[in-house]
Ligand binder design. Structure first.
Ligand code: GTP
Ligand code: SPV
Ligand code: MN
Length: 598
């Protein structure tokens, strides 16, 4: 319990507004977790998986309309519209609160309201921040327990007057007397609101129970609200993995990587190197908070405590460490169920059995059923410390020092396997022009189409994208140039004319990490192209890799005509910034054009 007057007053206010049957403060204990899971198995919300094959594992199936983040129902309600910018949906905060207040009125009737104090980052660390999540979804409660640090310890760290971010969540499905509760209650799409009030550091989410819409510590707090805090306080809140890499001589570096949703962060963070003697360990797989240390370097912490990872495509071949992590104590959402109570998904690395129950709870027959058995955005939720390669220092109180920042996305053409920026502003320019095919991680009619996604933050910046790029540029003046990480643009997804990936990816990406590692130490040179430095193919470790010279040539190809077309598309994207495109970015764009024309 707590004597924090602000917390108590807020909980009181929400209780009066949402009218739950009960209010339950979560203490974070194992017993409480077991009780919640048991209750959900009993009422049919959860399926207990085969306890011999998957001890401590549960399966949930969401409503078919509630399977991913909903970007067109996500709002940044800043006081000024111009602070939200072209990448965000904006509604006047007063108007939005009015609409949502009437939705929240009695929205928890017939349900229990869970109060979940949580810490983003290790409890009590100076880099951490505290939130209080109020939710009427027990599914959210058990997931928040994995994804963040929750319970009484957090209230103790908060004390009587510490700062917290109020995070209100309701599935938006009040139960009147006698009304039957569906297994996945949620509201219709036009009533869903994933709302952020960055000026008052407040989150209101209504109508969805899935992923980033509902686990409010993740995208809502650790990115959208935290990015606004970071801008004000001089740090960075980013959609980035954090990895630790050790070379055969035992030298360690840390790298972060910004790739859009379902573009390979979890995989890179847990990679099993295929080159002998190299080791990769995981610090984080989705979000990095980076602040300057006393030595002038950027240090990153992973504010999360678990992984909410994409299941399809995850196999012992592609991501061994994730597969080991999810052998026990894991929550699966929207994967397929085998007849013997295990899980299956497309790309799990072995054939489907003849019969499955698909993610919608329907019979599925191999060779007959035409739809995927698992939803493409099916996910697992697992504690970070279950990952066999979690770095021993992943909870380091002051974070880990970053040597390189990787950025990238799914680009079938144009963008080479790897290129390095000429300078910090050029690296920020590279981040600004990042593009990627839209994936199933968001609900969209445009899946597969390339969209610009600056630093993989398009749906996650809590303010204007132009101001965001300016903040990245301003970082340069906060330290000495040699202290800044180098910036690299990678693309594992370039394809040949037959639509096949040219690069084998996954563990083989270690070869590219090695080049980056050696570039950071000036051990290899870069070949200058109009877009940045690329490797001399002879500096790439391709030993024991079955790849043709033509493929390597194509992977590293920088085609001026293709890049001129790219520039036209970048220019169109920049037009949306109106007067907020930083001059340094425009200068970088002009320089690129000049280099391409030369
Ligand atoms: P979010 O959790 O949505 O932010 O996604 P993420 O960026 O962590 O992506 P993740 O690592 O889960 O990968 C998403 C999909 O991309 C999976 O189906 C992977 O199998 C696939 N993938 C990851 N890395 C590679 C790669 O190097 N090459 C190829 N071809 N596919 C990859
Ligand atoms: C993403 O979409 O980038 C995710 C999943 O990591 S979610 O938590 O739904 O945002
Ligand atoms: Mn993500």
């Amino acid at each position: 319990m707590t004597n924090h007057k602000g917390v108590l007053a807020w909980i009181d206010e929400i209780t009066k507004l949402c009218e739950p049957n009960n209010v339950k403060w979560l203490d974070g204990s194992e017993k409480e977790n077991q009780d919640l899971l048991e209750m959900m198995v009993k009422n049919g919300t959860a399926i207990l998986l085969n306890q011999e094959k998957r001890p401590g594992c549960y399966l949930f199936r969401s409503d078919p309309s509630d399977v991913a983040r909903v970007e067109n129902r996500t709002f940044i309600a800043s006081n000024k519209k111009s602070d939200a910018g072209p990448n965000n949906n904006w509604i006047d905060p007063l108007e939005l609160k009015k609409t949502m207040n009437s939705l929240y009125q009695g929205s928890m009737r017939g349900r229990t309201m869970y109060v979940i104090p949580f810490s983003m980052g290790p409890i009590g660390s100076k880099l951490s921040k505290i939130g209080i999540n109020v939710t009427d979804s027990p599914y959210v409660a058990v997931n928040m327990r994995i994804m963040t640090r929750i319970g009484q310890k957090v209230l103790d760290a908060l004390g009587d007057n510490g700062e917290f971010v109020p995070c209100l969540h309701s599935v938006g499905y009040p139960l009147e007397k006698g009304q039957i509760d569906p297994t996945w209650p949620c509201a219709p799409i036009e009533q869903k609101y994933i709302s952020h009030f960055p000026d008052e550091r407040l989150i209101w989410s209504y109508g969805s129970g899935y992923g980033g819409n509902a686990l409010l510590g993740k995208k809502c707090f650790a990115l959208r609200i935290a990015s606004a805090m970071a801008r004000d306080e001089g740090w960075l809140a980013e959609h980035m993995l954090i990895l630790k890499i050790t070379n055969p001589e035992g030298k360690v570096k840390y790298m972060t990587g910004a790739f859009p949703s379902a573009c390979g962060k979890t995989n890179l963070a847990m990679l099993t190197p295929t080159i002998p003697g190299w080791k990769v360990e995981t610090v984080g797989d989705d979000i990095a908070w980076m602040k300057f240390g006393k030595d002038g370097r950027l240090y990153a912490i992973n504010p999360e405590a678990g992984f909410f990872g994409v299941a399809p495509g995850t196999s012992y071949q592609t991501n061994y460490n994730a597969m080991k992590a999810i052998e026990y104590n894991t929550i699966f959402t929207n994967v397929a169920l085998t007849d013997d109570g295990d899980v299956w998904w497309e790309g799990i690395g072995y054939d489907a059995p003849n019969h499955l129950i698909d993610w919608q709870g329907k019979d599925w027959y191999k060779g007959v059923s035409m739809t995927p058995a698992a939803h493409p955005n099916a996910r697992f939720t697992v504690r970070a410390d279950q990952c066999p390669v979690i770095a021993s220092d992943w909870e380091a109180e002051n974070g880990v020092p970053i040597s390189a920042i990787l950025i990238g996305g799914r680009r079938p053409t144009t963008v080479p396997l790897i290129h390095e920026s000429f300078s910090w502003p050029h690296g920020i320019f590279m981040g600004s022009i990042m593009g990627s095919e839209i994936t199933a991680a968001t609900i969209s009619d445009n899946i597969g189409k390339v969209r610009r996604d600056s630093f993989a933050m398009l749906p996650f910046i809590g303010y204007h994208v132009g101001d965001y790029l300016k903040h990245w540029l301003d970082i340069e003046s906060m330290t000495k140039p040699e202290k800044l990480p180098k910036i690299y643009y990678v693309n594992w997804f370039r394809k040949d004319e037959f639509n096949h990936f040219l690069w084998p990816g996954y563990g083989e990406n270690s070869r590219i990490l090695k080049w980056i590692f050696e570039r950071c130490d000036n051990q290899v040179h870069g070949v200058k192209t109009p877009i940045g430095y690329i490797p001399d193919p002879s500096d790439l470790d391709l030993s024991n890799l079955n790849i043709s010279e033509t493929a390597i040539k194509e992977l590293l190809n920088v085609d001026k005509a293709e890049w001129m077309k790219e520039c036209a598309s970048i220019e169109a994207y920049y037009e949306r910034f109106e007067d907020k495109l930083p001059k340094a970015i425009k200068d970088e764009f002009d320089s690129l054009m000049n280099r391409l024309k030369a």
